[in-house]
Design a protein around this ligand. Sequence first.
Ligand SMILES: *[C@@H]1O[C@H](CO)[C@@H](O)[C@H](O)[C@H]1NC(C)=O
Length: 108
Amino acid sequence: MLLFLLLMGIVGPHCTSARTHSLKYFDTASSGVPNFPEFVSVGLVDEVEMMHYDSNTKKAEPKQDWMSKITDEDPQYWERDTQIGLSNQQVYKVGIETLKQRFNQTGG
Ligand SMILES: *[C@@H]1O[C@H](CO)[C@@H](O)[C@H](O)[C@H]1NC(C)=O
């Protein structure tokens, strides 16, 4: 019986967290679209936005309380995520320019 309870204690928490969650990032690059940033990155957990970066603010920012609190354990998190956003923004900018050339796109 004791062994059974111990097993329940070990296995139990894993069983309750075994449901499926999702983590998605949507990166959108554009050029010449009025009132829309050239680069936007949105992170979602279970379809709920939890982070946002765009080329106007040039800042990765939390969209949920639990993402704001991440700095309690990892004070550099948002600075690091901002650097990733800036870096991806540059990569996508080059990609857009390449696409424009390949498709003879002169406008945005
Ligand atoms: C772009 O223009 C060049 C030169 O006129 C042409 O050879 C090429 O097929 C064009 N590309 C597309 C995707 O229309």
